[in-house]
Ligand binder design. Sequence first.
Ligand SMILES: [Zn+2]
Length: 245
Amino acid sequence: MHTPTPAQLLQVWERGGDPSAAARALLLLGCSCDDEAAIDELAALPLGRRDARLLELRERLFGSAIEAVATCPQCTATVEATFRCDDLRLPEADTAASALEHAAHGTHVQFRLPDSRDLLALEGCGDAEAARDLLLARCVLDVRGGDQSQAPRSLPPELQAEIAGAMAQADPQADLQLAFRCPECDHEWQPLFDIARFLWQELHAWALHLLREVDTLAQAYHWAEADILALSPRRRQAYLELCAP
Ligand SMILES: [Zn+2]
């Protein structure tokens, strides 16, 4: 992994205007990946490993401290908490197996963990039921009851729920929960943390801020955008102070 340049990041932000969170996450990882041909490999990473890489990229771009804000579900107070990227990277993330087994109710199921390709495929689904059916069809590799092979869609609902639970348990990094405690009412809860959405929101704010700076410097000095983006943040800041009214 390398740290993308400001110009590369702006290109990612530009291309990610419309796509989904899954597509945006791939754009982000693609621009930090040393091998351009590896984009297919990134798309095939189980979501926990994808998220571990997004956390690493976030630390490179914006530092380790993550300030999260949530609304207390009990008293609706706004609660702020600071986490470090290291605290959010689980050790299991690198060891999550990609092919797993679950045996229950006389049925033996082989499945793999969902990845970015699955998320992209699920975007066309109209409702949660259709999405669950498609995810099972994609991720369940084999179903055997005795000597008989079965279709994933024929699995009873309780077994489908168990497989969903086994997937989450095998890839906890993909289902990351933060620990919040409300200072007003002492309520404790664990909201989900979606690094893909969080990092994209940060990138969006960063891009708008950077473009404002480019606009200011271009008006003051008549430099080209590429030249302004090539300045180090420190030098850019110095020029901004010099031309401030
Ligand atoms: Zn509260």
